[in-house]
Ligand binder design. Structure first.
Ligand code: PRP
Ligand code: MN
Ligand code: MG
Length: 182
């Protein structure tokens, strides 16, 4: 497990491909939010890399804040019941929110988050995600900016973890089955 390369079956999305896609997403964000200020809300922990690299490509004025959320337990994950571990530090009333995520899997985390933040009466609320797994969707989430649609495989890297590890890989890799006992 010290040699991370052995734990991966392949590189799904390279560092260069991520960078090129973030250029595109940032350009679209700049077009859509021209003349406005955007509050980027990063979802800890997975979104740290996307937040850092996407925000540095945006020229529209931004502020940044963070939320940490967790489902109540693996057994109830499908219920979509989410607990706030760390709330925003700022009042979002009247602000243009762009939620920044690494991946949408079932969609339950984001659908809950969008509902929660909407109740705080922002001026608008949109979602940006680097990855999305269309085949895994349990609820539809309206996504304004999506980097890549990917198959339902176990992916790690660039913020995404398996059991807390691999977040620091600079690319997105597919986890080898021997790691998770597949
Ligand atoms: C992962 C990922 C998304 C969420 C997507 O976070 O970063 O936030 O799951 O899953 P969903 O669409 O099925 O709700 P996780 O809960 O693993 O926490 P982490 O970001 O700290 O890894
Ligand atoms: Mn997450
Ligand atoms: Mg995780």
């Amino acid at each position: 497990a010290n040699d991370m390369g052995r734990d991966l079956s392949k590189v799904l999305i390279s560092e260069d491909e991520i960078a090129a896609k973030l250029d595109e997403l940032a350009a679209a964000i700049d077009r859509d939010f021209a003349g406005k200020e955007v509050l980027l809300v990063g979802v800890l922990n997975g979104a740290v890399m996307v937040m850092a690299d996407l925000s540095r490509r945006i020229h529209t004025p931004v502020t940044m804040d963070w939320m940490a959320v967790s489902s109540y337990g693996s057994g109830t994950k499908s219920s979509g019941v989410v607990r706030i571990l760390k709330d925003l530090s700022t009042d979002v009333h009247g602000k243009h929110i762009l939620i920044v995520e690494d991946i949408i899997d079932s969609g339950l985390t984001l659908s809950w988050l969008v509902r929660n933040l909407s109740s705080r009466e922002p001026a608008s609320i949109k979602v940006a995600t680097l990855l999305r797994k269309p085949e895994a969707a349990k609820v539809e989430v309206d996504v304004a900016y999506c980097g890549f649609d990917i198959p339902s495989e176990f992916v790690v890297g660039y913020g995404l973890d398996y059991d807390g590890r691999y977040r620091n890989l600079p690319f997105i890799g597919t986890l080898a089955p021997h790691v998770y006992g597949g």
